[in-house]
Design a protein. Structure first.
Length: 322
């Protein structure tokens, strides 16, 4: 019998076509009503699921008794209830590495946009407010030669450090669960306690995975340790930063600015952040380039095919069910 694949978010059209040629494919479509209800119904007889950006857990997978694999088109897998998947013996796969450089590019774009106030000044110029040479009220912060503190020196964190060190002659500090001696050596990066990093950095970039230890890692106390001219960039997950505390710090000008790609709740339709001009807000686009999303989709497809052919997928999150 033909296997069934549930596609739970928009994916690359060529990959979708390839799936449709081999499997019975059902697309979850928010226009057709409640997404969790659709997932609950369609996963009941599904062999595989592929997509990103949806919370999958014991509630919406309650009937998924045949499900062999969930292939996530993402590197992060905080959207999935791993202990439930382990209990149900459902494989979870992800797409690391192929998005590292693109996401590091975006971290730097946010850092530069927030420091040099690019979106705000773009609006200002387009509104015809440029009547004479700009003054201090349009000035930003230097980047070249400054200190960057990277929280989480994984693949993406290291790619950010490389840009900072080689491209911008920055002094690199990092905080990580454990010291990363070799990576750090390549960029003369200095291992720091979190508080130290926050106090010493002109730019703080959050690049850590979301897990129990990193949840609300940056809150009111941590923001208060940052310098008044510092910029905070978050490209990891919204829940790593206490958004309410950040909004207050930005309102009070306790820090200079923030650049955000991720939020506690996504998609974000309305927020006090939208009223502030010292924050640059992007709609979770860390990996969103044509080429990178294609590579991620290819990898996710391969993971799914391997799993359905009873082969252990290359990028399996849970090789041993605990
Ligand atoms: C995802 C991401 O593609 O890979 C990740 O973990 O955050 C993004 O690159 C995005 O979450 C898809 O919605």
């Amino acid at each position: 019998m033909q296997k069934k694949v549930v596609v739970f978010s928009q994916i690359d059209s060529e990959i979708l076509q390839r799936l449709e040629q081999q499997f019975k494919v059902v697309n979850i479509n928010p226009k057709l009503g409640d997404v969790n209800q659709q997932i609950l119904e369609h996963s009941a007889d599904a062999d595989a699921m592929i997509g990103a950006g949806r919370l999958l857990n014991s509630k919406n997978l309650a009937y998924a008794k045949k499900l062999k694999v969930i292939s996530s088109v993402s590197v992060g897998y905080d959207n999935y209830d791993l202990s439930y998947l382990n209990q149900q013996k459902i494989w979870l796969t992800h797409t690391p590495h192929v998005l590292t450089e693109t996401t590091a590019d975006l971290a730097f774009s946010l850092l530069m946009s927030a420091a040099r106030r690019i979106p705000e000044l773009d609006q200002w110029t387009k509104q015809g407010q440029w009547s004479r040479t700009v003054g201090p009220s349009q000035f930003g912060m230097d980047i070249f030669g400054k200190t960057i503190g990277i929280i989480g020196l994984g693949h993406i964190g290291a790619a950010i450090a490389r840009r900072a060190f080689h491209g911008f002659n920055m002094n690199v500090l990092y905080h990580n669960r454990r010291e990363k001696i070799e990576v750090a050596e390549a960029f003369s990066a200095q291992f720091c306690a979190l508080d130290d990093l926050l106090k010493k950095s002109d730019f703080v970039v959050v690049a850590v995975d979301l897990n129990a230890a990193s949840q609300a890692l940056i809150g009111e106390r941590e923001l208060a340790l940052m310098q008044a001219n510092a910029v905070l960039v978050n490209i990891s997950r919204g829940a790593v930063v206490d958004e309410k505390a950040l909004i207050q710090a930005l309102k009070d000008k306790q820090i200079f600015a923030a650049g955000l790609d991720v939020y506690e709740k996504e998609p974000l339709h309305s927020s006090e952040l939208f009223q502030l001009n010292n924050v640059v807000t992007l709609p979770h686009v860390g990996s969103a380039t044509h080429a990178t999303r294609k590579r991620m989709a290819e990898l996710a497809y391969q993971n799914l095919i391997d799993a359905l052919s009873d082969k252990q997928p290359r990028y399996l999150v849970n090789p041993v069910f605990e």
